[in-house]
Design a protein around this ligand. Structure first.
Ligand code: UGC
Ligand code: NI
Length: 177
């Protein structure tokens, strides 16, 4: 069993796996007569293969228990997959770099702060959506089209949060019961 402590998510640490979607760490420019800041092109949407197209969906997920026990990671070889919380939900992220196998020493676990979303680049191994504390609602942008776009790789992982870490969003901290 691979044991991991989730670390706070940062764009730098997540760079090998994809993009962090966060206005606080992104540039913008003004549009709409100055009324709107456009945080432009925050993540690369990849849609590969036959009949490929971008999908916009909403996932409503029940919260996971912590420590989070995983028996596999998955990847989408033909496209990226982005998750953006709609109500500052925090979630756990477990990732490994693209490749046909997963090296346990390359697996990383992160926890978001409620204001962050992520975009897994095509082929990045990841845990399925794992929201913390309460039911979560996420905008999801990923790839539709022909052919298989989801591979699973067995690996046993237990993910903990740092001692005393709250699971709710930054705006409504609550301790783990
Ligand atoms: N299956 C599905 O659409 N979701 C997963 O890919 C996931 O990463 O949650
Ligand atoms: Ni996925």
């Amino acid at each position: 069993m691979l044991q991991l402590d989730a670390r706070p998510l940062t764009p730098e640490a997540f760079a090998p796996f994809g993009d962090v979607i966060d206005t606080r760490t992104s540039d913008y420019f003004h549009i709409n007569a100055g009324r709107t800041r456009r945080y432009h092109d925050l993540a690369r949407v990849e849609t590969l293969g036959e009949q490929a197209r971008a999908l916009i969906s909403i996932f409503v997920s029940q919260p996971v228990q912590v420590p989070l026990e995983l028996s596999f990671l998955e990847r989408h070889p033909q496209g990226s997959q982005a998750f953006m919380p709609l109500h500052e939900e925090r979630f756990l992220i477990v990732v490994a770099p693209p490749g046909d196998t997963i090296a346990p020493e390359e697996v990383r676990a992160f926890v978001t702060d409620g204001r962050q979303g992520v975009n897994y680049r095509a082929g990045t191994w990841h845990a399925i959506q794992s929201v913390l504390g309460r039911e979560g609602e996420f905008l999801v942008v990923d790839r539709g089209g022909e052919g298989n776009n989801c591979d699973e790789h067995p690996i046993d992982i237990r993910v903990s949060l740092p001692e005393g870490e709250a699971v709710a969003s930054t705006s409504e901290q609550e301790e783990i019961p």
